[in-house]
Design a protein around this ligand. Sequence first.
Ligand code: PLP
Length: 400
Amino acid sequence: MSLDTNLTEAIYLDYNATAPVKPQVTQAIAEALAMTGNPSSVHQFGRVARDAVEEARDQVAKMIGSSAAEIIFTAGGTESNNTALASAGRKRLIVSEVEHPSVLRAAESLTSYGSDSINNRRSGEHELIVLPVDSEGIVSLEVLNRALGANADDTLVSIMLANNETGVIQPVSELAALARKRGALVHCDAVQAPGRIAFDVSALGVDMLSLSAHKFGGPKGVGALYLRAGVDLQALVIGGGQERGLRAGTENVVGIVGFGIAAHLTIEDLQRAPHLATLRDTLEQCLQEIDPAVRVFGGGAERLPNTSCLSMPGVQSEMQVMGLDLAGVAISAGSACSSGKVEPSHVLRALGAPDAETGCAIRISLGWASSAADVEKLVSSWRAFYAGMSARYTGAASAG
Ligand code: PLP
């Protein structure tokens, strides 16, 4: 029985927080649960589990155009990001202002001693430079160029491929080429990209790249770090010699198998991406027809086809999330990882949006099971909710 049985009538439009697990993944996971062996064991039970892990490694590698030997399985995007930043052995870290907290907080923790300001922190060992973005949320080559300086042999640059809140896509291949020319190592948080945009690690030209299965129909709690052949890394999680000694701990065979199948299925998602973009554009157009003051964040930039971050003027984000939830539509306010905590979005602030707008921002994110009917329901629910809120505000104003 599905835990979501009582939610069958509700519509899920929060794929950037996590995507529903695909049926083929559920099936593969059920089969993997029946595997007894530890992949490190040499007997036949162990070999079956090892084969399953290696098949998944191939599937994940294929998805990003790497070789299987360059994939290290982890417990998700957060661990991959932390490993990349903490373990690459570079003293100077350059990240953008709009990175996910698992990059920003990890970078800050490495540099938190003796920090003077957020934009340039220095500890005994590490220095952190946080790059500003433009009003669409893009990191420019000039800004990175200045931060790198003439010689960046001691530097790690970490720039995300697509933003989890706005969907805005960074020019990673250009930024990476510039950084690597100066001697920097380049890490890319690509957690939101698979199945939404086609990409390839060679074309991106990065040294490390983070992935997480649960954003594209795989299970939660499993991910990978791509580590380009020849790049050195100190293990963050130490113990047994699993994952070539780079990530200790008995492999999460069930999760890894599900990750592999989900990675394989992103081919289908990519074919459907233009349809999702049309649905997303339609919903933005409809909401802007209801109120032309609706602002789409990052709307002028290249974005993921599934993501819309917009503000409903005058109505706090949490009110919108709750109002739509009551109407049976699940969306999020700002970053999902901070949902439940009411804090202004650091991403929208970085775009220069005033607090009045960031406080009214919601994120709608579509995915593999989203349909035109879902978007219609969202629009009609939003219209009804907005009319109700406007009536209340008008009533309050005249009463006052
Ligand atoms: N990076 C980005 C861009 C994300 O959106 C997320 C999750 O929201 C993560 C990293 C963290 O991934 P995980 O949930 O697998 O730890």
